[in-house]
Write a protein that binds this ligand. Structure first.
Ligand code: MG
Length: 396
């Protein structure tokens, strides 16, 4: 049996940990050889010891020093790297056959590019790589022939449905759970606290992506991700709200037929698909047969209550640096909301403001993408500081 060797960037996050679970389950086929994370030295030390990793890296330099000191005693053969350069080394680790790119946010673009430029196939969980640097990422993949396997559940579903059907396609539909605020009024959402936004009805995810799911920015980023991954026009990508999260994507075909992909809302399934493709392995979670689905419902998203989706389509259509700006402003606004410095509904207001100020330019170089990202963060911080928490009666 061929063993696939993996490097994982973002190993301590939600996707990283679930990737380690899948690798443990299929230890006869998968071997993790290198791992990187932001700052969690205790977790990475455990993983390095348990799996005898060849190399680890932490973006945070002080945490990397602690990790190096600990591993010098406990796993002296594991090499330790620090900083963004260290994380890039893990992403392009020579012994790895595939890199799982699962860091959070625009910071993940570096790792995705480093892996692709080294010719490594990438299991892509970091959607911001494509949102901010779609042109760069797709160009790097074309140049080296490396493949991008989507881990995002909707895109994994679309990838599986599309295989060989590109010519029959009229439109791709991706589903959205609608998040915890589906059906809420704008007024109620204005007063929502981080605890409310973190109560996701179907998916188990990290905090920041759960907020993105509550605003529908996550779905907006996924529309842009689908545009790059599958080469589709924005008119040919649609979003439907499906609160049960059983159907992940649908293909609308030329003759009016629809093909759907269904499965339990559990990220271990799309993670395993990306790692096992083109094979199919034993399920990583209990299958969910149709007689257990219950009633499935589908409805159009409420673009008035959730302007994020409209903003993402507009940024996607504008192209160039606009999606990188949308994402960077959104990341700043989400952090401010989680810190109780900004009302929930002002996340989208902040992004709308920064996008309106932005003059879209070309995004064909990493330098241009970084400059747009930094500019947007600065403009967002200024807007957030002036706006304040805003939610009446929240006592902050
Ligand atoms: Mg998704």
């Amino acid at each position: 049996m061929i063993v696939k060797r993996l490097a994982i960037v973002g190993a301590s996050g939600s996707i990283g940990r679930q990737t380690l679970e899948v690798a443990r389950l299929h230890a006869d086929r998968l071997r993790v050889v290198a791992a990187a994370a932001q700052a969690d030295d205790a977790f990475l030390a455990e993983v390095a010891e348990a799996l005898s990793l060849e190399a680890v890296a932490l973006d945070d330099e002080a945490a990397a020093e602690r990790l190096a000191a600990r591993l010098a005693r406990q796993a002296p053969r594991t090499r330790v790297f620090a900083g963004s350069e260290g994380v890039r080394r893990i992403a392009a680790w020579p012994a790895a056959d595939m890199t799982v790119s699962a860091a959070w946010g625009a910071a993940g673009l570096d790792a995705t590019l480093a892996a692709l430029e080294a010719g490594k196939d990438v299991a892509l969980a970091n959607k911001e790589s494509l949102v901010a640097g779609g042109e760069l990422v797709m160009r790097a993949a074309r140049r080296t022939g490396a493949r991008i396997l989507p881990v995002d559940s909707e895109h994994s579903a679309a990838f599986q449905l599309l295989a060989g059907r590109e010519d029959e396609l009229r439109r791709l539909w991706i589903t959205a759970s609608g998040g915890p605020f589906r059906g809420w009024t704008v007024e109620a959402m204005r007063r929502a606290a981080p605890e409310d936004a973190l109560r996701h009805p179907t998916w188990r995810m990290g905090a920041r992506i759960t907020v993105d799911s509550a605003t529908l920015f996550n779905k907006g980023l996924e529309v842009i991700e689908a545009h790059w991954l599958f080469g589709l026009d924005y008119d040919d990508i649609a979003v439907v709200v499906h609160p049960q999260s059983v159907v992940h994507a649908l293909l609308e075909l030329r003759d009016g037929s629809f093909l759907a992909h269904a499965g339990p809302p559990d990220m271990r399934l799309p993670i395993q698909h990306a790692l096992s493709h083109p094979e199919r392995w034993a399920p990583p979670v209990a299958p969910l047969p149709p007689d257990k689905w219950g009633i499935l419902s589908f409805e159009a998203p409420d673009l008035e209550a959730f302007p994020a989706l409209r903003l993402a389509y507009a940024a996607g259509r504008a192209g160039g640096t606009a999606p990188a700006v949308l994402n960077a402003a959104k990341e700043e606004a989400v952090l401010a909301f989680l810190d109780r410095r900004l009302a929930f509904t002002d996340i989208a207001a902040c992004v709308a403001h920064v996008l309106a100020e932005h003059e879209t330019g070309p995004a064909g170089t990493l330098e241009a993408v970084r400059r747009a990202d930094a500019w947007a963060r600065e403009r967002a911080r200024v807007w957030i500081a002036a706006r304040g928490p805003g939610a009446p009666g929240d006592g902050m």
